[in-house]
Design a protein around this ligand. Sequence first.
Ligand SMILES: Cc1cc2nc3c(=O)[nH]c(=O)nc-3n(C[C@H](O)[C@H](O)[C@H](O)COP(=O)(O)OP(=O)(O)OC[C@H]3O[C@@H](n4cnc5c(N)ncnc54)[C@H](O)[C@@H]3O)c2cc1C
Length: 411
Amino acid sequence: MSARRFDVAVIGGGMVGAASAILLLQEGFSVALVEGREPATFDESNAVGLRVSALSPGSQSILEASGAWRIIAGRRHCPYRRMQVEESAEGDSAMLEFAAAEFGLERLGTIVENDSVSDALWQVLKARQVAGDPLELYCPAKLERFEAGSESVSLTLDSGDQLTASLVVGADGPRSAVRGFAGIEQQTWHYGQKGIVAVVQGARPNPGVAWQRFMEGGPLAFLPLSDGASSIVWTRPAAEAERLLALDDDAFCEALSEAGEAFAGEIGATGPRASFDLTMRLSEQYAAPRVALVGDAAHVVHPLAGQGVNMGFLDAAALVEVLAGARSQQSEWHDSATLDRALKRYGRWRRSDAELMGRGIHGIRALFTPSVLGPIRRLGLKLVGKSWMAREAFVHRAAGIHADAPALARR
Ligand SMILES: Cc1cc2nc3c(=O)[nH]c(=O)nc-3n(C[C@H](O)[C@H](O)[C@H](O)COP(=O)(O)OP(=O)(O)OC[C@H]3O[C@@H](n4cnc5c(N)ncnc54)[C@H](O)[C@@H]3O)c2cc1C
């Protein structure tokens, strides 16, 4: 059986891989998308999913350009215009507040269910395939191995399919097989913490505010949902998280009320709960000969800043911008020297941005460990709160519209 030939093989059709495939097609590249699982579907008559993301304005622009946002926007979602970050203990408290209008933004972000984003992206992919775009969807199928040669990469899938491509994009998540085959090392930090997620209803409906309280042991976030409920991410040391997960609903609501009552009032109801081990992973490189990494395959960050998938969408847009730029200067964009230059540019660009964000989040997390004195932390928050420049820099970077963001994000 002869191997089918593509410009790009994207491995992993999660949110970032699916978005990458669409942006590549829009630039005229032929694409094979390989995904190991049936993609998520979304049904609005089901309860709100446990996995939601705070999507930045930059991610929204990228998803608008992909054609997926109009599907997402027609379903339940919750834009938020205000964000509050607070820390209080020992009778002292400090609060940072951000309002979208202050920074000339229409919104600070939008809370969307991950399944809604995935399903919308896959709808766009399938429609483009029907319309005759050069796209092949290998799903469910897993990458088994690949060999990078000087002219192309040969890939073998567990379905028995053989493909060749000029470039392989690893969008295959934290345990990326592509990263492993390419021999790219990662630094990994295990925080010994878990993030508990649940949909909860407080006595006071969420007024459309993303609220986060820093406490010793980890932060607690209430993210607004369109019906006044909140999606929480509650970071606790692993053993305590296990204890909280094992409580019955009433006892869990009582424990959560103690931590979050200041914002939501008494928590009256909770849906099912789940938890995730929290780690930070930063790859030493984001590119190797004929290989690029995007999304969680390249970097995993603590969810306290809600940046993981937002960073992944920026990777996708940056990679396609660099490849399209290389092709506009040199039609033989896939020869080794031209592609190598483009991939190095992509790697430098996105790695420095993601390192800044990842290490910044790591530093904020470290500030809230018991060894750092509460009064010093609160003084720091108060100083940042008083500096408009620091707040503006923070908001623009979190919004994905900073000067160094890809053009699609800054539209
Ligand atoms: C509690 C929590 C809250 C979060 N909140 C936010 C938030 O508010 N905002 C935000 O931006 N981020 C948030 N994140 C992070 C975000 O969820 C991730 O960054 C994002 O899901 C990563 O998407 P991805 O497409 O890169 O990877 P994944 O979602 O891991 O997708 C990888 C895909 O690759 C497929 N795959 C793997 N191996 C193979 C193979 N060999 N062959 C074929 N396919 C393969 C998998 O089946 C999967 O579909 C949060 C994370 C956690 C844990």
